[in-house]
Design a binder for this molecule. Structure first.
Ligand code: GAL
Length: 349
């Protein structure tokens, strides 16, 4: 009897002990991971840019730095001017000198994959800014919906030119944006092509988005097709402007519709003068502010709700894609002027 009583009370003691031991105590044993403890003012962002060749990139750099300073974080910017080795070296240096998050605009989507791995080895997360790094475990991709840009370009152009010969001047094939845009363009053109209404008589990438390359390609397209060209879709306004110069040499500027993107000042001015028909406005304010906000969250180890994912050949990258705005002669005021992207006087002078 006594033995049984002793045994039972012993068990009760043990169970009570466990029950009375407050849980918190156990949880406290595992302190939270290092990143969550970072203070905003301690954060340093490394912003690795490909180029400042186009107007927009000056805005990206200046507005990104402005937004970072406003948020109270430090930022270091490097520009590789289209040189892959230089971009890898610059980024490697920022990582070894200590950054808390890497924001990268890759010149070459594939070459920067190694840098993503290097950053992760150093415990640094990577945000792909505007352009996606391919075949790497990118933590977050923030851009405009580039396939949608292609779809909107081709939708506007097929409304203007439902039948005829099209020239496609793609962006740089090292830039995954150019591939996404082209995908969108040909998604829209396909039924027209299948019906035989539209023929793409020339279709070329533009190395490094260099306008001179696009101009040479457009000259070739006009020559090999005896100037029988009815519409041009170009990767951006800089290459659209180059195509229009080539058209002008054959007195075709203004009579052959041309689509671009970026809404840079020259592009919007050509829309006013009638030699370009469409561009795509992408607010760089929104993109750069969003990027700084998200980079800080990545550095702090905070959760980020993505809109969707994009497969980059290795993983489905969590992505946030902002909506591009088509701009033509009818809505310049409501878009680029209203947003202060361009001054009215600069467009119409
Ligand atoms: C693309 C970008 C465009 C463009 C181009 C040339 O990746 O989305 O806005 O201008 O690069 O740098």
């Amino acid at each position: 009897m006594n033995k049984r009583f002793l045994l039972l009370s012993g068990w009760v003691m043990i169970i009570l002990l466990i029950a009375c031991t407050p849980d918190e105590k156990i949880k406290e044993v595992t302190p939270p991971p290092e990143t969550e403890l970072k203070r905003i003012e301690d954060i340093k962002i490394g912003f690795s840019m490909d180029t400042l060749q186009e107007d927009r990139w000056f805005k990206d750099r200046n507005l990104f730095v402005e937004a970072a300073e406003k948020a109270g974080v430090k930022v270091e910017v490097t520009v590789a001017n289209g040189d892959d080795v230089k971009q890898v070296w610059q980024t490697e240096k920022m990582i070894s000198e200590g950054i808390d998050v890497l924001v990268v605009v890759p010149h070459n989507a594939e070459s920067m994959a190694a840098i993503v791995e290097r950053a992760h080895d150093a415990g640094i997360k990577v945000l792909s800014y505007d352009r996606l790094v391919r075949n790497a475990e990118v933590d977050l991709y923030l851009s405009y919906d580039n396939e949608k840009i292609g779809i909107l370009q081709a939708t506007a152009m097929t409304a203007l030119v439902p039948k005829g010969n099209y020239v496609y001047l793609g962006g740089a094939d090292t830039d995954y944006n150019a591939h996404l845009m082209k995908q969108g363009v040909f998604k829209v053109l396909k039924p027209y092509i299948d019906r035989g209404d539209i023929t793409v008589v020339f279709n070329q990438w533009t190395k490094d988005w260099v306008p001179e390359v696009a101009k040479t390609n457009m000259k070739t397209a006009l020559e090999v097709n005896n100037q029988q060209v009815d519409a041009v879709i170009a990767g951006n306004d800089a290459t659209a402007g180059a195509a229009i110069e080539a058209l002008a040499a054959h007195n075709l500027a203004g009579s052959v519709p041309v689509a671009g993107q970026d809404a840079d000042l020259a592009g919007v001015k050509r829309i006013v003068e009638g030699t370009q028909n469409l561009t795509m406005y992408k607010s760089i304010d929104d993109l750069s502010e969003r990027a700084v906000e998200l980079a800080i969250k990545l550095a702090m180890g905070e959760e980020i709700q993505e809109d969707r994912t994009i497969n980059n050949g290795k993983i489905n990258v969590p992505s946030i894609l902002l909506p591009p705005v088509p701009v033509n002669l009818t809505n310049i005021k409501e878009t680029v002027i209203a947003d202060g992207f361009h001054e009215e006087k600069d467009i119409y002078q």
